[in-house]
Design a protein around this ligand. Sequence first.
Ligand code: GLC
Length: 548
Amino acid sequence: MGDLPGVTSRLKYLKELGVDAVWLSPFYRSPQADAGYDVSDYRDVDPSFGTLTDFDEMLSTAHALGLRIIVDLVPNHTSDEHAWFIEAKAAAPGSAARERYIFRDGKGEDGELPPNNWQSIFGGNAWTRLVEADGSGGQWYLHLFDTKQPDLNWQNPEVRAEMESVIRFWLDRGVDGFRVDVAHGMIKAEGLPDWDGVASMVEGEHSEEEAAKERAMNPPSPFFDQEGVHEIYRAWNKVLKEYEGDRMLVAEAWVEPAERLVRYIRPDEMQQAFNFEFLLAGWDAERMTTAIDNSLAAVEEVGAPSTWVMSNHDTVRHTSRYGLSVPTSFPTGISQSDEQPDEALGLSRGRAAAAIMLALPGSAYIYQGDELGLPEHTTLASEFRQDPAFARTKGAETGRDGCRVPLPWFGQEASYGFSHGSVSPGQPWLPQPESFARYAADLQNGDAASTLELYRDALALRQEHRLGDGAVGWSALHDPAAGVLAFANNGVLVVTNFGDQPVRLPDGLLEELTVKLRSQPTALADTGESTAPACASELAPNSTIWLA
Ligand code: GLC
């Protein structure tokens, strides 16, 4: 959390990084019970982030620089402080105001039991009971997430019309697209049947077989990936088409397998969907190969581009996950009492993985600070934790705060040059770990060995070789079982060594092709065993190179 004028002031940095577009997480009016994913007014900027004028200025500055802006749309739920919910609480059961949300009478003699057994994704019950004006217990309302995030009733045409109007409001202002929050959640199964499965936002740490077993054990959830959601996206697709230019929708849908996910990006629905299979693959050549193959095959069926993502505001940063003793593990957060990642190892692997992701065709999504190689804050004290999942599970789930710590702009400044605007001048929203001084952008700028320069080089080469428009051809060197991933895309050969031993490259390869990128300066260096020239053709552990 910073503010919109702060974003405007850093657009040049993003331009120089070499990205095409920026996705902003929610900056709308909100009590901030879930970092802005609890919106109380969809048509205004939260005063702590600025004003609509600040937004317009940010947008026009971005456009002048050739950067597109994608805003977050949160259609599954509003804040309980949204005017609609305040009205609904005061209205009678069965009223039009209550019909905008999912209100039900409770079970039991006095309606004292929740209407069904659904659990909140953040832990605890997914239903909260209203207290009527006379102090008696009233109806219950559904919230798949926090109590302060009541789910909207998408069977109600008024809800559909309102959200379309919100979309138009931002399209009229000039935004280039929307990231659609919980895109798989808006429609609930008829009759809201009980369900004994366990839903989590981020499902990870499983092999293919485990995932299949889980799917078999967990009957499809009655609130995720229901057929009815697709009708909503077909309607939005038409709205976007009314506007000039290339406006787009990207789905945040934790849906698997890839064949189910790509149903969100059929030609008359959304344009892209985040590829969480790639994110969940972890540091593992075989799993990454499978994720790449599955994703490319699935998107081909629908004629949409693939996407690639390794980290976001809901996951432990990949540099830290890859530094755990099991580098495919997927904790929901890391705290002081958990295994602490090997920071240097995680960073090498994170850089090598970035050099894979940025060579793949389609769209790559970078989370703020990835380009600095930032680790997760793994020792954040409980008193600072703000993720509702932490409180709702009484600390059993560490939560997502560790990846949301403000990034360091200047190594020598207070809070490394990132404060929460007018709310706490000079203070960051969450305390930053001391190690962030080492990762500061000003320190990395111009240092050829830095992660920042690696990302800049990779993005410039990605542009130059039009890798986004290319195709993956697995190379003869590709041997995932031996920890080697190798593919060609538009004339660029990408080779990664996932193992902890150097891998010998074919003789003559480096004479034939030029090294375009190394994920670390020592990627092709002497292993220390000898100074003979042959050593130069060994690829160091946890490294990627690009040759052309
Ligand atoms: C999405 C967001 C997450 C938020 C949740 C509820 O998964 O990415 O941050 O907590 O939806 O809106």
